[in-house]
Design a protein around this ligand. Structure first.
Ligand code: SF4
Length: 95
């Protein structure tokens, strides 16, 4: 998946096809990542799992360094870990 993310161009129309457009925005912005928020995160991830623009969304969040919310099916902490590897890979590719 990370390799594919590096190859994707950032497009502007992916939001039009986002699965989450039919859900309350709050669902994707849980208060924390433990306790009651875990159920909310699970529900949000289920929506993301069905989303056809998941990779575009995740790439956008990595590029923009979005710190809050669920993007591309990943929590903030999950993206933080992925972003470190993604930046390192991008630096390696671009020299
Ligand atoms: S991956 Fe999730 S948060 Fe991103 S556009 Fe799709 S449904 Fe929305």
């Amino acid at each position: 998946m990370e390799t594919r993310l590096l190859e994707l161009e950032i497009s502007t129309d992916w939001r039009e096809r986002a699965e989450c457009r039919d859900y309350p925005t709050d669902l994707f912005f849980p208060a924390g990542e433990t306790g009651p928020a875990e159920i909310q995160i699970k529900q949000a991830k289920e929506v993301c799992a069905r989303c056809e623009v998941r990779d575009d969304c995740l790439l956008y969040a990595l590029e923009a360094n979005q710190r809050d919310g669920i993007w591309g099916g990943l929590t903030s902490d999950e993206r933080k870990r992925l972003r470190r590897r993604w930046l390192a890979e991008r630096r390696r590719r671009t020299g």
